[in-house]
Design a protein around this ligand. Structure first.
Ligand SMILES: *Cc1c(COP(=O)(O)O)cnc(C)c1O
Length: 426
């Protein structure tokens, strides 16, 4: 793997095509290179095997290389990979999504980043306003206007959180603290009439796992209703994972105006979507004035894989099994830490779990930052030694799928006990 990393580093910045893969967040000097994945197991290029709690950062839910997903992909691929024209599978996928997400219309994109970017653009086109609000710790892809951190005061405009993002793009984004209804009310009072959209993760999964309060989510809906802004639920991660459909509706009882979905709906291939009410979706070209496009959008093989994975998750009892696995993983870590009196806690939401090196489950980004990074790194390394792979960062949630059965969860539990024993002993 050392050789592969050296070669990758000469050809690809940092040797990786997405920064979190570098394993820097876990304090490791180099990434893992994966040769194969099957069910709940990853095999690296040195032949070592790991129970996978990354699962494609949530894109995999049926288990790696599920035969039905692979078969659907193969069958579609034999009939052509890209037409650049309409095909029937686009209708099938859109129909499944509209049904699952309870929206009128969807437009397919290739990534969650594009889905969020398109949702924000159509919200601006629909309202004729420019300002959008997001929340610290929520991730909506890497479009300029979303790579913004909170300004110096609670009600100042954002500043770029990445080099290369213009101050102009950052000025159109207001960054508020997550889970703070008063901050939402204050923002409404100050900027309500200028707000095009409020975008949020109904279950935050990009600052580890953070669940909002009902009051917070209700306040977002009220703010948008009061000021005529568009409420965008970014369910790229939480959709079909934190709940059977939309977490926003099923967990919090709130109707969003627009939604973003991705990850699970592509079955491990690049597919995502923006969806919502006809009135807003009708603003997209060619019906309306908001431009949005994609050569590979609605890729038949990606949609076929996505449809197959969505069908597997919707089989009776399937989603519940995924959720039970995440609950089992979270409980296993909690009790293993308690056995060794290590300050640690865990949470779960549907098929995702949060593991925190802290004594209290965090409720916002500042509290996630308060978790013990050194302890996380030690835990990550101790688990790798025991054949369990956590996401390589304390800011990422864990993901399971249908292949994480009771036997796999028991293996994770054993590894966790061994890991905490070694941590407590050192
Ligand atoms: C992963 C993610 C995105 C970005 O999706 P990509 O396919 O990586 O571009 C956007 N929003 C949320 C909530 C995500 O979890």
């Amino acid at each position: 793997m050392q050789k592969l990393f050296a070669r990758a580093s000469r050809l690809i910045p940092g040797g990786v095509n997405s920064p979190v893969r570098s394993f820097a967040g876990a304090g490791a000097a180099k990434p893992l290179f994966i040769r194969a994945a099957k069910g709940a197991t990853l095999t690296d290029t040195d032949g070592r095997q790991y129970i996978d709690l990354i699962h494609g950062w949530g894109a995999i839910a049926a288990g790696h290389s599920h035969p039905q997903v692979v078969a659907a992909l193969e069958k579609t691929a034999h009939n052509g990979l890209c037409f650049g024209l309409c095909s029937e599978i686009e209708i099938e996928h859109a129909s499944a999504l509209c049904d699952i997400a309870g929206v009128d219309m969807v437009r397919a994109t290739c990534s969650g980043s594009e889905a969020a970017m398109s949702a924000l653009r159509v919200a601006r086109g629909y309202t004729g306003r420019e300002l959008v609000a997001k929340f610290a710790g929520c991730y909506h892809g890497h479009a300029d206007g979303m790579l913004v951190a909170a300004g110096s005061g609670s009600l100042t405009f954002g500043r770029p959180s990445s080099a290369g993002v213009t101050a102009g793009a950052a000025r159109d984004t207001l960054v508020l603290p997550y889970n703070d209804p008063q901050a939402v009310r204050d923002a409404g009072a100050a900027f309500g009439e200028r707000l095009a959209a409020v975008i949020f993760e109904p279950i935050a999964g990009n600052m580890n796992l953070v669940k909002p309060s009902r009051a917070f989510v209700a306040e977002l809906r009220a703010l948008c209703d009061r000021h005529g802004a568009v409420l965008i639920a970014d369910e790229v991660m939480s959709g079909m994972r934190a709940s059977r459909g939309l977490a926003c509706r099923e967990v919090y009882g709130i109707e969003p105006d627009l939604i973003c979905m991705g990850k699970i709906i592509g079955g491990g291939l690049p597919a995502a979507a923006v969806g919502g009410r006809k009135e807003i979706m009708g603003k997209f070209a060619p019906l309306g004035p908001v431009y949005q496009a994609g050569t590979l959008a609605g890729s038949p093989p990606a949609l076929a894989a996505g449809l197959a994975q969505m069908r597997l998750l919707r089989e009776p009892g399937a989603w519940d099994r995924m959720a039970a696995a995440a609950r089992g993983v979270s409980a296993a870590f909690r009790s293993a830490a308690a056995e060794h009196s290590v300050p640690f806690c865990a949470a779960h939401a549907g098929g995702m779990a949060g593991l925190y090196c802290a004594s209290k489950v965090p409720e916002n980004l500042a509290q996630v930052h308060g978790c013990d990074t050194d302890m996380f790194r030690a835990l990550h390394a101790a688990l790798i030694e025991r054949g369990v792979l956590l996401p390589p960062s304390p800011f990422e949630a864990c993901f399971v799928g249908l292949a994480h059965d009771a036997q796999i969860v028991a293996k994770i539990s054993n590894a966790a006990r061994g890991a905490f024993a070694s941590l407590a002993g050192s």
